[in-house]
Write a protein that binds this ligand. Structure first.
Ligand SMILES: *Cc1c(COP(=O)(O)O)cnc(C)c1O
Length: 428
């Protein structure tokens, strides 16, 4: 069976690993320098962890980068999403439509507002929410659509915007995977009614626990601020004044308390770190983009394997958070993806089959009674074939932070080696 002259023995079968030791800096994130340390220490030594003066500057810079009028910092991305949902009018008994293939925070905050989550399926190629399926699920109760630019791949915003406008529902962008992603030259988060992003340490723009809401809509900014930022409501406060004021009388009548009953202010160690990280983000993101595209180019021609990346004009993958590859078992002798990944890991390539477990399969949407109101989801949830298929058609691949040709080639060669062995039936 192993008589083939050129086929190297798989590490799975006792051969040498294709990837020998890699300098761990290839993957280390975020990149922290003395500049970050100095910025954080300054806030710490001044005892300003709970103020908003540094946060206001960070907001200004985030708004400027995105070319939007307002940015509102939050203690995490989940909070920013919930504030955005409430600001978009999501209330008790309403519905919000989103993808099942995402991190839970894209949609679960809606449950807390008394709304129901309606899952739409995704597109096979982009892995993003399928606009046609979204439209099919719109009802008079629908208040908002959440578009998640999953793994940095931009959603089909033209169609989603057209559908949202025609049905008069709000479009919320979850940009937690897609800091700096371009869709036809426009930045993710700036096309819908409001954009929300996580800034936690594992994300592309990594600032510690934190989240940012961005919008051009002043009323959305006002409502989001009133929801979780009591210090900005005009009530008595010893914190710095925001440059944008809440003026809507519907909101100012409650000055002094947050309408959500939540405190969503950003920790200023995050704001300080965020300002420095943002300053270097364009350059570091560009390097990741070169590295990942180099990797994707090297995989071209590998049987059964294709890097998940956008190939459209003026579109990008942002910081390539959570990179994935498409797996076609038919081209690989029908080999199960689990076995393929096992063989890859043996070669020294970290990887795992599937991506996020689809949310509609989670037990919380099938009987949980969180608020003593009965099940949180009162209707049956349909099967979502494309979302469910991801478990056997997608696997995670290394996320390179530096464009080092030699090391990246070693990873691509490992995948190539395993794929060719699979194609020839050498893996059982
Ligand atoms: C990380 C993440 C969030 C939540 O952000 P946190 O800062 O962790 O609260 C929301 N949506 C997606 C898609 C995420 O990956």
């Amino acid at each position: 069976m192993s008589s083939a002259t050129e086929a190297p023995t798989l590490a799975l079968h006792g051969g040498p690993k294709a990837v020998q030791a890699t300098d761990p800096s290839l993957f280390h994130w975020p990149i922290i320098t003395e500049e970050d340390e100095a910025a954080v220490l300054e806030v710490l030594r001044a005892g300003k962890m709970s103020g908003i003066d540094v946060t206001l500057k960070f907001e200004e810079e985030m708004a400027a980068w995105h070319g939007v009028r307002y940015a509102l910092a939050h203690n995490n991305g989940t909070a920013a999403l919930q504030a955005a949902m409430w600001a978009c009018g999501v209330r008790h008994g309403d519905e919000i439509i989103g993808p099942s293939l995402t991190y839970w925070a894209s949609l679960m905050p809606a449950l807390n507002l008394g709304a129901r989550v309606v899952f739409a399926d995704i597109e096979r190629e982009s892995l993003n929410i399928d606009p046609a399926d979204v439209e099919r699920r719109i009802t008079p109760r629908t208040k908002a659509i959440v578009a998640v630019h999953y793994t940095g791949y931009p959603c089909d915003m033209d169609r989603l915007l057209e559908i949202a406008r025609r049905h008069k529902v709000k479009l919320i962008e979850d940009v937690s995977h897609a800091h700096g992603t371009l869709y036809k030259g426009r930045l993710a988060g700036t096309m819908g009614d409001v954009g929300c992003m996580s800034l936690m340490s594992g994300k592309s723009l990594a600032c510690g626990e934190g989240g940012m809401l961005i919008t051009n809509d002043e009323s959305i900014w006002q409502r989001a601020a009133a929801f979780g930022h009591y210090e900005r409501t005009g009530g008595p406060s010893r914190y710095a004044k925001s440059t944008v004021a809440i003026t809507d009388p519907e909101l100012t009548q409650y000055a002094g308390v947050p309408l959500g009953g939540f405190k969503y202010r950003m920790h200023q160690l995050t704001s300080a770190l965020g300002r420095v990280q943002l300053k270097h983000y364009a350059e570091r993101r560009a390097e990741i983009d070169r590295a990942m595209n180099r990797f994707g180019d090297l995989l071209e021609g590998t049987p059964g394997i294709r890097l998940h990346r956008v190939r459209q004009e003026n579109c990008s993958m942002g910081g390539w958070y959570y990179p994935l590859a498409h797996y076609n078992a038919e081209e690989l002798g029908g080999l199960k993806i689990e076995k393929f990944c096992e063989a890859l890991r043996a070669e020294g390539v970290p990887c795992a089959p599937g991506a996020n477990k689809p949310l509609h399969l989670h037990s919380v949407f099938h009987g949980a009674d969180i608020y003593g109101t009965g099940r949180v989801q009162k209707t049956e949830i349909e099967r979502l074939p494309v979302s469910e298929g991801v478990a056997s058609s997608i696997f995670s691949v290394p996320w390179f932070k530096h464009d080092r040709a030699g090391e990246i080639a070693a990873y691509a060669n490992a995948i190539n080696k395993v794929a060719h062995a699979a194609k020839r039936g050498l893996i059982q």
